[in-house]
Design a protein around this ligand. Sequence first.
Ligand code: ADP
Length: 392
Amino acid sequence: MDERTGLPVVGMVGAGQLARMTHQAAIPLGQGLRVLADSVDDGAALVAHDVVVGDYRSLDDLRAFAVGCDAVTFDHEHVPNAHIAALEADGVTVHPSAAALVFAQDKGEMRRRLSALGVPCPRWAPVDTENDLAGFAEQVGWPVVLKATRGGYDGKGVWVVSSVEEAAPVLASGTPLIVEEKVAIVRELAADVARSPFGQGAVWPVVETVQRDGICVEVIAPAPDLDEDVAEQAQALALRIAHELGVTGVLAVELFQTADGLVVNELAMRPHNSAHWTIEGSTTSQFEQHLRAVLDYPLGTTDPVAPHTVMVNLLGGPDDVVPKGIDERMHHCFAHWPEVKVHLYGKQFRPGRKVGHVTVVGHDLETLRRRAREAAQYLMVGDAAGTVPAHG
Ligand code: ADP
């Protein structure tokens, strides 16, 4: 409890863009977020005032950070699960719990549990040896998808392989792996929900996540032309997973839509890129909802505020660390696309790195998509995109 405000203190381990946007949502709740940052230059450390610099892999650092927090939560899933369990044993309130978070930390554990619950997943198997892999591929056919069970993000830790020979270097690396059939994906969707410790659930409309090279580049809310039954099925599935796994906070369920229905790709138990659109596009953003959930406040309404919302990620172009001309490009962007909302994460620019996003809400989906893409491309590469905005 913060004596000055009479309000609880939430600590978030990790100080990237998710913590930065959670801090932004904490302000109207009368709070600021306490963050455990790797460095004072982290995106959230640049804006929050209660910043602790420490190592999320160190139990001592985590324990020191948790002192005075009413609830501890996470901006990423890399904190060792045993450390989270140790904090719980100390009496710290942690959301999500170690027991739930393991299913977002380890793809093998996730597949095992979801399969046991009868949740549709790609056919999969744990894999250690070339023989395991050959046996699996014989059943499902090549190519197959190898995945590191831990530590992957944005497609790193995912390898599509067409033969045992091609897989050999990955297998030899000693990284714990699972293998999955290569699903014939029609498109990728996400069902984002929140669940409070009390057990209240809230669900946003199902979105389409447009991917390029294993990275989400665009999110369309709601997913265009998605059959109402399928949308309801996805939402019910996500709420059921949240309930069965005892998730507290936001849960993102990444889904593949196939000709035969939905299958779950993976789970994230924190605010997620697929729901950044909720900042402008929903009555309650995922960041506020995550805070409400970890504090066991009643959850907010999730209705969309307009028929369509489009979010496009800003991926660093081939530019400097501090990109030349970004200030001027912001100026032109605001002049040319006044309806586009820009979010920059305070991160250094590197090629392909998510450094921000833009969002636009409205009525005509094709126009919204075009504007969001043009604005994003202009912000990242300027006139090289062939888009020369005029003032006005
Ligand atoms: P990450 O943890 O890096 O986000 P994912 O498991 O989400 O990894 O996989 C990244 C991308 O790879 C997915 O968005 C999808 O496009 C593709 N992918 C993953 N698993 C499969 C699969 N079994 N079949 C086909 N494509 C897949």
